[in-house]
Design a binder for this molecule. Structure first.
Ligand code: FCB
Length: 781
């Protein structure tokens, strides 16, 4: 085996899941799933109708395996009992089509789309669901078992249990640590029962796919060589038990880790773990599916409250590392995959491993001649190299499946994510093979990677093309004046033709690197203080661990703008993080014209100007409005802050669109930023729009003003009128009744901002990050 070749029988393939690609949610007797109302996938990729085309695409790629999931509610619309033959027909045809194309089906039985009927009977926290899952597995096997050899019971039960039941970000959206632990145990039990049933029915291979992310401290990721402190080691171990031990140990060794049991006992009690359960769970498995995307980075942090998704994680900070990230904000650390596979092989030596998911979300651009997703190509290539290293060290890895074949519905993030090898235009359903697909096809044909690393053009390439020395290229690229006009022109032409992006190595060649970052703040007003504090906290800790210093600059006057621009133009900083003023901000535009990498908090008026981090204001406002509509409110007004602010504009748009979809008319009263202006706006709204039964305000300050105004009118909240705000600046503690609002993920934004700047400093092409906002329902509506 040469360095870049893979074992002869290595399986190359792609993955998808039912809810993310099929569409046809209301067709041929499919019952509702918990995701339908949570984040509607609509027509998705219309795979339900276009599967012959998609199989043809895969045949073209030359893949040997396709991992897809069966939709439980398509097969059993009520989750149990009545079988829907039309649902099974679809998978029957899909399997035949795959086999005809020489592609081996890998079937996942549960990829998160629980039938709604079972949720209504208690969902996964209810023990009976485990037994219903085994029945369902049996039904699917009865129909497909003669042609499908490999069965994966569950996909990422940790995510389904904890993101779905503790953090509330995924369906069914519960926020109960006890429910999450109970759900996890019942998923494990369901796995064991289903594995036993499948085996008894003659299944050739049974396995499970887990999300496995090595838990590391920042120092371990960057290889700082520092010894792990006792506290950090404890933090790493605790998170490892919660994410991995909780699933691997019962399945593979028939026991729960002691440390985990302590946490479960404290949060949920242990009554749900019955005698005999662990024997059922520990069915022998033939294959462990590894879904790997990014490491989980933590450190000990006294006083840090537990993260909702990790009940029991008090005193641990989930943090970031100075590496490049995908558009999802996930750190790109291929070496962690080698580490992970090595560890699994050591801990469970007889286990067959397979990468059942790995891939990346990057913002793709469709050009006249294709989708040139160089980032995705290098992501996959680097991970394949990491995998190969693990294989060379003895890990038994049977294959690699890219997530995903198609751009598709990304759960709570909807359609803004693009993980596909194949681009999908969701308006026309047109498919385009991206460069990564064509590249993967070559890898498969060759049975391995090319001998030359597929790289972006380097400094050397530019030097060769321009016929100058490396040092000259480096000087030009880094803006040094001591280069002749002629040489500069040649270099710039070569840079342009080759699409060269200077990287960290090139930068280190020059003496002008400052290792300093400017953090530019507008003088914080009342609004956004929590956000400013979080940005200062995360940006400082991330950048300092990357060896940078921070210069704090205030941008409160025109004079200060001029000073900041001068400072940046003089090359006194490597990059800029900008927290723009509330007003339309000329500073952003002026800084965008300099050469320095800049990232921005909050969407600018011209979105292509600089990469930014923001929350999805429009979707948040739509969610708030839809919530009011679901409660039967029909006369909904909006008190709206200044619309020259992009965030306010987006909130207004989201609100209007939601009303329009419901066939209702908006009633909007303009206000300023402060509560007093909302009092006046509310009075106007009531006067002009007549009898309202709800008011949505574009911020919590305004919502507080609305509450005051409404109280003055003698109306009861929420009986007569519901009030919903936006921003969650801890409003619950200072309004009465406690305010229902849209929560903005403050720490998430701050972390994303720091990562985005690091990506830019490394010279990676970057895309803006838009994080979801979530509705927090309290007493006011
Ligand atoms: C995994 C899921 C998969 C997809 C990728 C990006 O956690 O299994 O469905 O959403 O992440």
């Amino acid at each position: 085996m040469s360095r870049t070749r893979f074992p002869e029988d290595f399986v190359w393939g792609t993955s998808t899941s039912a809810y993310q690609v099929e569409g046809a949610n209301g067709e041929d007797g499919r019952g509702p799933s918990i995701w339908d109302s949570f984040s509607d996938s609509g027509a998705a990729c219309d795979h339900y109708h276009r599967y012959p085309d998609d199989v043809r695409l895969m045949k073209d790629l030359g893949v040997g395996a396709y991992r897809f999931s069966v939709s439980w509610p398509r097969v059993l619309p009520e989750g149990a009992g009545r079988v829907n033959p039309a649902g099974l027909d679809f998978y029957d045809k899909l399997v035949d089509e795959l086999l005809d194309a020489g592609i081996k089906p890998y079937v996942t039985l549960y990829h998160w789309d629980l039938p709604q009927a079972l949720e209504e009977r208690g969902g996964w926290p209810e023990r009976d669901t485990a037994y219903r899952f085994a029945d369902y597995a049996q039904v699917v096997h009865d129909r497909l078992g003669d042609r499908v050899g490999t069965w994966l019971t569950l996909n990422e039960p940790w995510v389904a249990a904890f993101i779905g039941h503790a953090a509330g970000i995924h369906a069914p959206g519960r926020k109960s640590a006890a429910d999450a632990f109970t759900a996890a145990h019942h998923m494990l039990l369901g796995h064991g029962l289903a594995a036993r049933a499948l085996r008894a029915a003659g299944a050739a291979e049974v396995g499970v796919a887990l999300n496995l992310a090595p838990v590391l401290t920042p120092g371990q990721v960057t290889g700082s060589g520092k010894r792990l402190s006792e506290e950090d080691a404890e933090a790493v171990d605790r998170i490892d038990q919660l994410m991995h031990g909780q699933f691997l140990e019962p399945m593979l060794r028939g026991r729960y880790p002691e440390r985990l049991l302590e946490i479960v006992d404290r949060t949920a009690g242990l009554g749900h773990v019955r005698d005999g359960d662990l024997e059922i769970i520990a069915q022998p498995i033939d294959l462990l599916g590894v879904n790997y995307y990014a490491p989980c980075v933590v450190q000990a942090q006294p006083g840090e409250p537990a993260d909702l998704a990790y009940p029991g994680s008090e005193n641990i900070l989930f943090t970031t590392v100075p590496t490049a990230v995908t558009a999802m904000g996930w750190a790109i650390v291929p070496s962690a995959l080698t580490l992970l596979l090595g560890r699994l092989s050591r801990d469970y030596p007889d286990l067959n491993l397979m990468i059942t998911e790995n891939g990346a979300d990057f913002a793709d651009t469709v050009t006249g001649d294709g989708v040139h997703d160089a980032d995705r190509v290098s992501f996959i290539e680097e991970h394949l190299r990491a995998l190969l290293t693990a294989v060379e060290q003895g890990a038994k890895v049977r294959g690699y499946l890219v997530w995903s074949l198609l751009d598709c519905h990304e759960w709570a993030d909807g359609y803004q994510r693009r993980f596909g090898l194949v681009h999908v235009d969701f308006g026309t359903q047109r498919r385009i093979m991206k460069d990564s697909a064509l590249w993967y096809r070559d890898v498969i044909k060759r049975g391995g990677l090319g001998d030359d690393r597929l790289r972006r053009p380097t400094l050397e390439t530019v030097a060769a093309r321009a016929r100058v020395s490396r040092a000259t290229v480096s000087r030009v690229v880094n803006g040094e004046p001591s280069v002749s006009a002629d040489a500069r022109a040649k270099v710039l032409l070569a840079v342009k033709e080759l699409g060269y992006v200077p990287n960290a190595a090139a930068r280190s060649l020059v003496t002008r690197r400052t290792d300093t970052i400017a953090l530019v703040l507008s003088v914080p007003g009342q609004r956004g203080d929590a956000l400013t504090a979080a940005v200062v906290h995360y940006v400082t800790s991330v950048l300092e661990s990357a060896g940078k210093r921070i210069t704090l600059m205030l941008s409160d006057t025109a004079e200060s703008h001029r000073r900041i621009v001068q400072h940046v133009e003089a090359g006194l900083v490597d990059g800029v993080i900008l927290l723009p003023a509330d007003d339309t901000d000329p500073l952003t535009e002026r800084l965008a014209r300099t050469d320095a990498p800049i990232v921005l908090l909050g969407k600018p008026a011209i979105t292509s100007l600089v990469p930014y981090v923001d929350v999805d204001n429009a979707a948040g406002a739509a969610a708030a409005t839809e919530h009011l509509l679901r409660q039967g409110r029909r006369h909904i007004g909006m008190v709206c802050g200044p619309t020259h602010l992009v965030a306010v504009q987006d909130r207004l748009t989201g609100h209007r669109d939601a009303l329009q979809r419901a066939g209702l008319r908006p009633h909007v009263a303009p206000a300023g930023l402060d509560g007093e202006s909302a009092v006046a706006a509310t009075a106007r709204l009531m006067h002009d729009a007549g009898r309202l039964d709800a008011i949505f305000a574009s911020s919590d300050e305004l919502a507080a003003g609305v509450l005051r105004a409404v109280e003055g009118m003698g109306l009861r909240v929420p009986a007569d009128l519901a009030v919903v705000g936006f921003g969650d600046v801890a409003a619950a503690s200072w309004t009465s009744p406690a305010l229902t609002t849209v929560r903005v993920p403050v720490a998430g934004q701050a972390k994303a901002l720091a990562r985005l700047l690091l990506s830019r400093l490394e010279g990676r092409p970057t895309t803006s990050v838009v994080l979801p906002a979530s509705l927090v329902v309290r007493d006011s509506g």
